[in-house]
Design a protein around this ligand. Structure first.
Ligand code: NI
Length: 182
């Protein structure tokens, strides 16, 4: 396995639309190795998710994982999820603001409105169909990663850039602010 180089905001690859992976290629050694590398890269940099565009590959593949952390025992947990060719459909018009960050926009946070309920259709790394309903935090992470595969980053979705914050200032001024965190 290998830790991949992460593209940062301004690299054109983040603004391109990724191509679907042909179903017959998902189980190939090349794609399987790439998925393993994406997982290792996401974990190395403590990301909640990673999309292939972010590691310079225009393939519709994203990985998501949020592990329990002793510092934030209340934070929702998401088991390791590999998405190939994801299609995300909103189930509601309701949107909620929540803090997001991105490995391609290092050490920044901002409040982003997202649909609170979506359906996710995709293939997993074995090529099996995923068809689930996702809410709240899981729905947020799915929308963030699916956006990447369409060349969109979270700052594009912010309605108000006044919450765009460096991490040190976020820790100092915003952490735990109940009015902003949702
Ligand atoms: Ni991101």
């Amino acid at each position: 396995m290998a830790i991949l180089k992460v593209a940062r905001l301004g690299h054109p690859v983040l603004r391109k639309v990724a191509a679907p992976v042909p179903e017959g290629e998902i189980r190939s050694a090349e794609i399987q190795r790439f998925i393993d590398d994406m997982i290792e890269t996401m974990r190395e940099y403590n990301g909640a998710g990673l999309a292939a565009n972010q590691v310079h590959a225009l393939k519709q593949i994203a990985v998501i994982e949020v592990q329990k952390s002793p510092q934030h025992p209340e934070a929702p947990e998401i088991p390791l999820t590999v998405l190939v060719n994801p299609v995300v459909t909103r189930l509601t018009d309701e949107m909620m603001g929540g803090w997001e960050g991105c490995l391609s926009i290092p050490d920044m946070r901002g409040i982003v409105p997202r649909y609170t309920a979506v359906t996710l259709q995709a293939l997993d790394r074995e090529g099996q169909r995923i068809d689930v309903k996702a809410n709240d935090f899981f729905a947020r992470v799915i929308q963030h990663e699916a956006d990447h595969l369409n060349g969109i980053v979270y700052v594009d979705r912010m309605r108000d850039l006044s919450t765009l914050t460096h991490l040190a200032e976020w820790n100092r001024y915003w952490l735990g602010d109940p009015d902003q965190d949702d």
